[in-house]
Design a protein around this ligand. Sequence first.
Ligand SMILES: Cc1cc2nc3c(=O)[nH]c(=O)nc-3n(C[C@H](O)[C@H](O)[C@H](O)COP(=O)(O)OP(=O)(O)OC[C@H]3O[C@@H](n4cnc5c(N)ncnc54)[C@H](O)[C@@H]3O)c2cc1C
Length: 476
Amino acid sequence: MKPSTRLTQHLAGLENFGHSIRRPVYLFRPTRVEQVAELLELANKEEVLVGLRGAGRSYGDAALTGGGIVLDFGRMNRILDWNPETGVITVEPGVTIEQLWRHILEDGWWSPVMPGTMFPTIGGCLGANVHGKNNWKAGTMGEHVLSFNALLPNGEEVTCTPTENEELFHSIISGMGLLGVFTSITMQMKKVYSGNLDVNAWAEPNMKRMLAATDANKEEDYIVGWVDSTTRLGLGRGQMHSARYLAEGEDANPAQTLNPNSQDLPDTIMGLVPKSMVWRFLQLGLNNPGAWAGNLAKYFLNRTVGNNKQYIQSLVAFTFLLDYVPNWERAYGKGGLIQYQSFMPFDSAEETFTRILRHSQQRGLPSYLGVMKRHRPDHFLFSHAVDGFSLALDFKVPPRKQARLVKMLGELNQIVLEGNGRFYFAKDSALTPDVVRAFLGEETVKKFQALKARVDPQQLLQTDLYRRCFIGPNGL
Ligand SMILES: Cc1cc2nc3c(=O)[nH]c(=O)nc-3n(C[C@H](O)[C@H](O)[C@H](O)COP(=O)(O)OP(=O)(O)OC[C@H]3O[C@@H](n4cnc5c(N)ncnc54)[C@H](O)[C@@H]3O)c2cc1C
C-alpha cells in the first residue's frame, strides 16, 4: 500500500543514541492522548507499524521503527500534579528526568531511581524499567510507580496499579513500548534532607576485589565501579564510588543545596575548556592505544592522589556524571558506539566478566569504558536484573570492523548464557531470538506472546529491536 501524504509529510531520518543506526521513519510528536489514539488508527488504516519513543536515549534500536510511524512523546511533557507533602507526582510520559528533579528537589524530594543521565523521559524509563546505582537497594523505577494510565493498541484505555490490572502493570512497565502507551504516570518520590551526598572513592586492583567491594558496601545508598577494560595486567581493576544521603540536620544549609540552581553542572571542565568542546578532544583518544593509555592514566591517578578520598558532592553531579560532557557519544566517530551490558548472578560474575574482558581484548576490540553495578531481581516481564552484578561495556563501532564486532558480541552472548546471565534491551544491539528465548525463558516468552495477541491483535507496536529480537530470521 502506498503511504498517503499525511504520512510522507512526516518523513524523517532518525538515529539511536549510539549513532550506529539511522532509519527513515514517519515522525509524529503528539501533544494529547486523543492524537495518540488517532495516530494508532491512522497506522492501522495505512498498514504501517508504530514505534514509541521518549528521548531516544536507548543505546540501540529500542526506539526506532524503520519504515513505520514513530510517536515521539517529547511534547507530552506536562507535570500534572505534585504533592510536596507526600512526594507523589503525576506526569505525562514525555516529562524528562531533568524536569522531574528540577520540579521536586526544592521541596526536599528526589526520584528513588535515576538512570545515569537526566535526558530520558519517564515514559521511556518505564518502557525499559531503568535501574540506578542503587538497584540492589531501591529496585527499578517501576517499583516506585503507584499507578499509570495506558492506551492499548486495541483502542482500550486502562488504569494499572500493582493490584489492579496487575499483569499489565508488570508488563507494560519493562515491555519496551510493545504492549501499550503510557499516557500518565503517578510515582512516589524519596524524601531527602540535602542536595548533597557523602561520597567515598577508592581504587581496587582486579576484578575479584572490584566485585567484593561492590558487594561489601551494600549499607551505602549508591555503589558504582569504573572498570579499566583495556588492561591485561590487573584485569578488571578500577575505581569504586559509594555514596550516602545526608540525614536530617547533617547539611548546615539545606535550602541552598536543595535549590536546583546550585545543582547545575559547571559550564567548563576544570574551569578552562567549555563543556561543549570536550567531545572533540575525547575523539583523539578513542582508539585502542589512546583508550589503553587513558584508562592507565586514570587508574594510576585513582590509585594515588584519588585513593581513599571522602568528599561531598551534589546529587546531580554524582548521579549524572556522563552529562558533564555534552554529546560525548559523538567522540566515537562515524560508526558510533554500542553498549553491551550483561547481568550475572553472584556466583558466576567473576568468571564471566573476566572471560568477556579477555575475549574482547584477544579479538582486538576492547571496550573503552566499563561500569560495574550491584543488582537485585524484580517481578517485571522483561526483567534484566539478577541477584548479582552487571558490567556495562562501551564498544566503538569502526565502520570497517563492524562485522567483526557483531560476530564478537554474538560470542559474548554465549559466554553470558553459560554463566546464566541476563541482558537489558535498553542497552542492547546484539541479541537474537534464540538468545532472547534462552535468557527470558520459555514461560516469559509465551506470556508476552499471549499478552501481545490480546492487547495488540494487529501487531501494530513494533520496533526494530522487536523485529530483531522476537521475529528475527527464524522468529520466536
Ligand atoms: C548516558 C546514558 C546513561 C544511561 N544510564 C542508565 C542507567 O544507569 N540505568 C538504566 O537502566 N539505563 C540507563 N540508560 C538507558 C536509558 O535510561 C534507557 O534507555 C531509557 O529507556 C531511555 O529513555 P528515553 O526516554 O530516551 O526512551 P527511549 O530510548 O526513547 O525508549 C525506551 C523504550 O521505551 C519505550 N517507550 C517510550 N515512550 C513510551 C511510552 N510513552 N509508553 C510506552 N513505552 C514507551 C520505547 O518504545 C522504547 O522501547 C542510559 C542511557 C544513556 C544514554
